[in-house]
Design a protein around this ligand. Structure first.
Ligand code: S3P
Length: 439
């Protein structure tokens, strides 16, 4: 599952974003479609599936667990569900590549199975904290061995009976919440998770779509074990996290007017729209509709001068993956932008606070990292050579810099863009970004 680190992006200053853009399918929803479709009774047909490396890692994992999954066309997947108790022991460890969502959700879904299974990942995933999920799962009765640092590989011991717990998340994390709910499907009694702030609720929505009674009471969500999931068709909307790069790009490049078609606007994901609007962005939503239990809209963004803001902390979990892009908006804005309450950014695919601060500093922007955020002084971006540290969202964020930088920019280590946004360079170039890639 490891990508070659040799891909480089070259961006040339100038250009504007125009026209209609349809970014690939939502990563979070695509993962969940494979997972729930696999353990449902019946055949689940998925359209709009994201064929990025992360979701393909989940797909390969379920094939290795004995599920027949057909890829019948672009974005089309047919899953022959085996029921909650139909998964089989895989012949080898499941390699989840760069994908934190695969590893954390699978830890929950697989820890109550009758067989042993080991979860592995690439160097970045093997550094990421897993105790946040193995800790509460152990309280449910799971037996999971990690490294002494609490990182992958995770060895899950089969045949452990699980019982429901009441758990309050110490950090807002949809991955941990989802892992516990998925384990809860296999647990005796009721499993409840309380979150300190709202996080993406795709698991809850999709479980309901599959006929599972999910109880929601304020910040607490509960499932009861022993039920069954029934297959249902899933239409995956375009990923707002991928659309975010174009939202920022169109805001910062004079003359831009771009419409991002069919984007998921789940209220737990729209922090990027809220934050950009607070910075003065011109963003309008059109054709709002519901598709398969998720709200969707076309998002039109026209260029407008942005100004720095203090980002409200309640927006942080709602925009958690969009900060690399938002930091570029802040660097091109007038005045200072201050982010606090975002320590989680330090444990994503890279330390996104440090890596973005280093990259912006190289381009001549005053960007001061803090323990849980950053202070960015908007200014004139020069050019230079940026290291993305193999982080897909850092690479794509810096690619957008072309739209407001003075000089050319080279971004190294971009192959992992394929984890979430296959075809990024072609799509961005079609919309007006002056970007090319070389091996
Ligand atoms: C995700 C949840 C988020 C997000 C990740 C995808 C998910 O992680 O950063 O890219 O699909 O549940 P946390 O919940 O750990 O913040």
């Amino acid at each position: 599952m490891t990508s070659s680190p040799a891909l480089t992006y070259h961006v040339t200053p100038g250009g504007a974003l125009r026209g209609h853009v349809r970014v690939p399918g939502d990563k979070s929803i695509s993962h969940r479609a494979i997972m729930l479709g696999s353990i449902a009774q019946g055949v689940t047909e998925v359209s709009g599936f994201l064929e990025g490396e992360d979701c393909l890692a989940t797909l390969a994992a379920f094939r290795a667990l004995g599920v027949r999954i057909e890829q019948t066309g672009p974005g089309k997947v047919v899953i022959h569900g085996v029921g909650l108790h139909g998964l089989k022991a895989p012949a080898a460890p499941l390699d989840l590549g760069n994908s934190g969502t695969s590893m954390r959700l699978l830890a929950g879904l697989l820890c109550g199975q009758p067989f042993d299974v080991t979860l592995t990942g690439d160097a970045s995933l093997s550094r990421r904290p897993m105790k946040r999920v193995t800790g509460p799962l152990a309280r449910m009765g799971a037996h999971i061995e990690a490294t002494p640092q609490g990182t992958a590989p995770l060895a899950l011991l089969g045949g452990q009976p699980l019982s429901g717990i009441d758990y309050t998340l110490p950090v807002a994390s949809a991955q941990v919440k989802s892992a516990l709910l998925l384990a809860g499907l296999y647990a005796h009694g009721r499993s409840c998770v309380t979150e300190p702030a709202p996080t993406r609720d795709h698991t809850e929505r999709m479980l309901r779509g599959f006929g599972c009674a999910v109880e929601q009471n304020g910040a607490t969500v509960c499932v009861t074990g022993g039920g069954e999931l029934r297959a249902t068709p899933i239409a995956v909307p375009a990923d707002i996290s991928s659309a975010a790069f174009f939202m920022v790009g169109a805001s910062i490049a004079a003359g831009s007017d771009v419409t991002l078609d069919h984007v998921g606007i789940n209220p737990t994901r729209i922090g990027v729209i809220n934050i950009l609007r607070l910075m003065g962005a011109d963003i309008t939503l059109h054709n709002e509709r519901a598709v398969g239990g998720e709200p969707v809209a076309d998002i039109r963004v026209r260029a407008r001068r942005l100004h720095g803001i203090r980002i409200p902390e309640d927006q942080v979990p709602l925009a958690i993956d969009e900060f690399p892009a938002l930091f570029i908006a802040a660097a091109c804005a007038e005045g200072e932008t201050v982010l606090t309450g975002a320590h989680e950014l330090r444990v994503k695919e890279s330390d996104r606070i440090q890596v973005m601060a280093d990259g912006l500093a190289r381009m001549g922007i005053a960007a001061r990292p803090t323990a849980d955020g950053i202070v960015i002084q908007g200014g004139v971006l020069g050019g230079g050579e940026i290291d993305s540290h193999g982080d897909h969202r850092i690479a794509m964020a810096f690619a957008m810099v072309a739209l407001c930088a003075r000089d050319a920019v080279t971004i190294n280590d971009c192959a992992n863009v394929n984890t979430s946004f296959p075809g990024f360079v072609e799509l961005a170039r079609g919309a007006g970004l002056q970007v090319a890639s070389s091996k």
